[in-house]
Write a protein that binds this ligand. Sequence first.
Ligand code: PLP
Length: 351
Amino acid sequence: MIDLRSDTVTRPSPAMREAMAQAPVGDDVYGDDPTVKRLEARVAELLGKEDAVYMPTGSMTNQVAIRSHTESGDLVLMDAASHVVRSEGGGPAALSGVTAQRIAGDRGIFTADQVEDSLATPHAGSPTTLAPPATLLCVENTHNGGGGSIWPLETLDAVVAAGRRAGLRCHLDGARVWNASEATGVPPARYARDFDSVSVCFSKALGAPVGSALCGSAAFVRRARRFKQLFGGGFRQAGVIAAGALYALEHHRDGLADDHAKAGFLADVLVDIPGVELVREHVETNILRFRVPCRAGDFVDACLVEGVAMLVAGGRDVRAVMHRDVSMGDVERAAEVVRGVVGGRHDVNYD
Ligand SMILES: Cc1ncc(COP(=O)(O)O)c(C=O)c1O
């Protein structure tokens, strides 16, 4: 099986497992797991923040961030296709009692004008108490739903500045900020610079089995630790998994360039297949989103029969994600399978 469903499907390498087996551990709820502490210090340093807190998932770091930054009833601005709003089980409403103001981004990227247009403009004669108070702006970089798109720095800076002018706190969902940095050469700390909090994942392209971290000021992280516990995320001997995350951070960031090369290779093949719709320039990192000339479900099922797994991303839209556990040879094979299925050699319904 060539598994292109997600970059979360990677398995720990023997060296990573060895690092995990050897990790010194303690009880993290009591704050004495040395490996978790090392990971938190290292990731805070890489993101240019005072502190970080390790948690089980990226969904949890995002939701703890929202809970830490807001009060029930607040308005939170975010892209309409962001992971926070579409794929975290309704967390913002359920866990923080906030309303999501969905901004229609272009592949997940929106503008300062759109931020300003999303905010209520109180004026003489209009009570300021009508609209929910906007308190938080969330940005996702790279953007998963946007096909691994990277925020241009100028747009990012302008959007955060617009948020600041409106008195918003700013959170970056940087689950794959490592990919953005690899592709552009812009350090993770620069992407994180103007944000109050940043969530990063170790279990996606970096290939660790478990975990994410939420970074920010010492005061913010203290508050986040309270909500980590409240949401049931208090770890015990988490050093075992933190060691995998540390290993991934130190040894696997270099490999991201290979993932981007694999995505580029597949994109080069797909653009030449009649019936497949893909904008080559939109493939910037390790995620491809493309349109097929049939129902995506039928297409994905036919590819699966041929040993290639991908995800349905819409009526005719498909997602394929490159990662450490697929080789260039696997990607070449996947490209052949896509060509064959689209070419109609298989029993696909093209209604
Ligand atoms: C951009 C983004 N943020 C957050 C998450 C959530 O991470 P997790 O699956 O660890 O909850 C994902 C998962 O794919 C993601 O793509």
